[in-house]
Design a protein around this ligand. Structure first.
Ligand code: FES
Length: 103
């Protein structure tokens, strides 16, 4: 595991997400009611940014470009036209800091 310090927990309000780049990998960090989650930022349908063009609905990120969606915790595509999953990454919080492992 290669943990990278990415942000403070307080930087991302509950039910919001933010875009980050870690080692040239574009990711989105989500703050859900039960914790933090990390996925790749690019929608697998036509490459829209999930952090820029998306909206969180419970445990789903809905891509506003064409209405597709993914489960934030598993990365699985949950609504058409999305079929392929997004990538998920291990994430942990320590002393109010968020760390992610994209290795
Ligand atoms: S680019 Fe995301 S649903 Fe089309």
């Amino acid at each position: 595991m290669a943990w990278t310090l990415i942000a403070k927990e307080s930087d991302i309000p509950v039910q919001e997400c933010k875009y980050f780049v870690v080692d040239d990998v574009e990711i989105t960090i989500y703050h859900l009611v039960d914790g933090f989650y990390a996925t790749s930022d690019t929608c697998t349908h036509e490459d829209c940014s999930l952090s820029q063009d998306g909206e969180i609905d419970h445990q789903e990120i809905i891509c506003k470009c064409h209405g597709g969606a993914f489960n934030i915790k598993t990365g699985k595509a949950t609504r058409m036209p999305c079929i392929s999953p997004i990538e998920t990454f291990p994430i942990r919080c320590h002393d109010g800091q968020i760390e992610v492992d994209i290795s």
